[in-house]
Design a protein around this ligand. Structure first.
Ligand code: HEC
Length: 737
């Protein structure tokens, strides 16, 4: 079951802003700084070092350095102008409409100080007051990364021409799942790279689409990915901008990288006036701790409504989404192209209160950014999130790429428009339920998409995935069939439909869909794999073996296929061969739970207990699985480690609270180690779950008798006999009493 998700690589076209060619320098007069005078050293240097130098330093994104008094003085009047007009530092959100971390906006006092300083003739002041200028190194700011990835081939950016968008593909050479707590990007040519979106391509699909030229990168503002076969929605904004090289994730929220994933760097490149070479390097910093909180990205948009008449100065699109669960909003990423003017995002709470998420009064595509909130914005269940974007397609819009204006519709070229509002939200757990709240959000989001376009295949597919994980296979089947009406040969949907039918108990139907997928693409590995599993489940071992073997011909390192083949061999009593297959699976994927478990069960039946124990311990690091604990417990009993066995069965009991079996096993163990009262308690617990079990009543009677509770024992034996009058042991026990 593969799950496609459209990832809109958000795109930006830079607007070139001419630097004033004539700089008005104030005449140099030596002004002596009085005590109350604003001087560079006392008030201005701290402002510039804190708010400007991060871009304005050699090798930074700004067009010149602002690190010394001489620099500041040379640019003084322009600095005054650009801070008064709020052109610098670059910052789009209006103050008071959401409080953001790394807010670049200069406080009003600082703007006034700069004005005063320039008016006073830009005095330098007392060198004793001078703060140390910041130092920018070209080294990794977070220290040596755990893994460094480099774009395979450099790209030449011509000195002039239009902006370029290039998707650079970085295969990630890891053999085990990693959790990324931080990422740092060195663009290679800071002035050329305007910003970059980083996307995790879970299935390396972009690379597979361009087998021969992927090293050079793929041009385009937007790319589509297949996001893989598990419900794992995109969860992090991986957005790089020049003055923040390091993306550090909040504690407990690293993002996952699996073997076989690629990183795709979608870079916006802007000619600088001279030829430049770009070859980005990415540094990854790992943590051993998997995420404890699972955020999710949501998108509002209405691109279909974008059809802006030439000359229209006020064209509005809107979208809204009602939240089925409470969320904390962590960040926001508004996106439009050149005609976007006013971008509003807000929520209406169930009580009617309006909460602003962001307001950008004067959109500038060149300055787009992800904005993270200083502290998360809580939105209760039932809140409705709105986006309302206003576009200006008149000649008065200085960013308008068309002169005279023309009709503009949605699209991913720079002359087309877009209107997206992305939110990073952390859903709150659903009260009294262990359902993943992300599923409900995903469902609400996809239903919203379908209400705008009932044939939106991605939304149909994703909604079907939600239904699959809720075990509503009939609904899922219906959704897949709707996709197939429009795209009857879509292998991924045919395969997914096969899975849905199989889970719904219709295995002939499933087989036929998988086979249709293979007619459409005979190499489609997922269909081969699912078909193999289907045959295996229905004991068609020869057919299953054939599918697995054909998968291994295609890819001899396919660990899942080795494991599947091993299971077939085991089921048909070819134990030694099965063992080889499981070993092969583990050698290609040391984290394969199934292969570790299967090999352990072979070792256990060969009485190789230490090996079996080692394998199971390894398997349990991957998955806290009741069967594995169960098997481990039984092996401990075989090897006389009763205390360890007890621990394992306790875990099984916690994992399967409705299952009487672990209680029974615990009762037996307690009995063996002489803890009679504990044994009685466990049997009672088993009977609470399955009161009709005559054996348990009989065994409880035996324990009670041994504990000297003759009356209780008699009752238990009688109970066993009412349930099963033929119960010989109970009858004998009662007689003996
Ligand atoms: C995030 C990076 C960044 C920061 C922070 C930043 N600048 Fe800039 N600055 C730029 C870039 C890039 C340009 C070139 C114009 C453009 O692309 O917007 C620029 C241009 C300028 C210009 C030339 C404007 C003109 O019209 O010729 C001045 C002056 C300036 N910045 C001053 C400042 C001051 C003062 C600060 C701090 C208060 C500051 N900048 C902070 C990136 C930055």
């Amino acid at each position: 079951m593969m799950r496609p998700r459209t990832v809109n690589l958000l795109t930006v076209i830079a607007l070139s802003i001419a630097l004033s060619s004539v700089l008005l320098q104030s005449p140099h007069t030596s002004v002596h700084a009085a005590a109350d005078q604003v001087t560079f050293n006392r008030q201005i240097a701290p402002i510039i070092y804190n708010h400007c130098s991060s871009c304005h330093h050699p090798g930074g994104a700004g067009p010149f350095s602002l690190l010394t008094y001489a620099d500041a003085r040379r640019w003084g009047t322009v600095i005054e102008n650009v801070t008064q007009s709020r052109f610098m530092p670059p910052w789009l959100p209006a103050p008071g409409y959401g409080s953001f971390a790394d807010d670049r906006r200069l406080p009003d006092e600082d703007v006034q100080l700069i004005k005063k300083w320039v008016t006073a003739g830009m005095p330098e002041g007392d060198p004793a007051d001078a703060p140390k200028p910041p130092v920018y190194s070209t080294d990794w700011v977070l220290g040596p990364p755990d893994l460094i990835l480099k774009v395979p081939l450099p790209m030449q950016v011509p000195p002039s021409g239009t902006d370029l968008f290039q998707n650079f593909i970085l295969p990630v050479p890891i053999t085990q799942t990693k959790y990324v707590r931080a990422m740092e990007i060195k663009p290679g040519a800071p002035r050329v790279v305007h910003h970059a979106n980083i996307i995790v391509d879970r299935t390396a699909s972009l690379r597979h689409q361009h087998p021969n030229d992927w090293q050079e990168g793929i041009p385009g503002m937007e790319v589509m990915f297949d996001s893989g076969d598990t419900f794992d929605p995109d969860s992090h904004f991986l957005f790089w901008k020049p003055d923040t090289p390091a993306l550090i994730e909040p504690e407990g929220m690293p993002w996952r990288l699996d073997p076989g994933n690629d990183l795709v760097l979608n870079m916006h490149l802007k000619p600088t006036g001279k030829p430049e070479t770009v070859q980005a390097t990415v540094g990854l910093y790992f943590t051993n701790k998997p995420p404890v909180a699972h955020p999710m990205l949501l998108q509002l948009e209405d691109d279909a409504a974008l059809d802006i008449p030439a000359g229209d100065p006020h064209f509005v699109i809107e979208d809204h989404l009602k939240l089925p669960v409470a969320v904390d909003v962590l960040g926001v990423y508004p996106h439009a192209h050149y005609l976007g003017k006013k971008l509003e995002g807000y929520a209406i709470l169930p009580g009617g209160e309006k909460k602003w998420l962001i307001l950008i009064p004067n959109w500038d595509i060149d300055r787009q950014s992800v904005y993270r909130y200083k502290s998360p914005i809580f939105l209760p269940k039932g809140s409705v999130i709105y986006m309302r974007y206003t576009y200006d397609n008149s000649a008065a819009n200085i960013h308008n790429p068309n002169s005279p204006p023309i009709r503009v519709r949605a699209g991913n070229r720079s002359v087309d428009e877009m209107g997206h509002l992305w939110l990073q939200v952390l859903p709150q757990p659903i009260p009294n339920s262990d359902e993943d709240p992300r599923l409900l959000l995903e469902q609400a989001w996809m239903e919203n998409r379908l209400s705008k376009d009932p044939n939106d295949e991605t939304a149909l597919y994703n909604l079907a995935s939600v239904k699959m994980s809720e075990s509503d296979f009939t609904f899922a089947t219906d959704l897949y069939r709707r996709i197939l009406t429009g795209s009857p040969e879509d292998t991924r949907t045919l395969t997914a439909l096969g899975t849905a039918l199989d889970k719904d108990g219709n295995w002939e139907g499933a087989e036929s869909e998988y086979q249709k997928a293979l007619v459409s693409d005979s190499q489609y590995a997922d269909a081969h794999f699912d078909l193999a599993q289907l045959y295996f489940k229905h004991n068609s071992y020869a057919a299953a073996e054939q599918e697995y073997r054909s998968l291994l011909v295609e890819d001899p390192k396919d660990a899942a296929a080795h494991n599947g083949l091993g299971a077939v061999l085991l089921a048909t009593n070819r134990i030694a061969e099965a063992q080889n297959e499981f070993q092969a699976a583990i050698s290609f994927d040391p984290d394969s739970f199934d292969a570790l478990y299967n090999l352990a069960s072979i070792e256990a039946s060969d009485k190789n207990y230490p090996q079996a124990i080692g394998l199971l311990q390894q398997a349990l690091k991957q998955k806290n699985d009741a069967d594995a604990h169960q098997l481990l417990g039984s092996i401990y009993i075989q090897s006389g480690r009763l205390g360890d066995a007890l621990q394992q069965f306790k875990v099984v009991q916690e994992l399967r609270p409705q299952d009487p079996l672990p209680h029974r096993q615990l009762a037996q163990l307690y009995d063996q180690i002489g803890q009679l009262n504990d044994a009685i308690r466990e049997l009672n617990a088993a009977l609470a779950l399955e009161p009709g079990n005559a054996d348990d009543w009989n065994n409880l009677g035996v324990l009670q008798a041994r504990a000297g509770n003759t009356a209780a024992a008699r009752k238990d034996f009688e109970h066993a006999l009412t349930l099963d009058p033929q119960h010989a042991a109970a009858r004998a026990n009662l007689a003996r009493l």
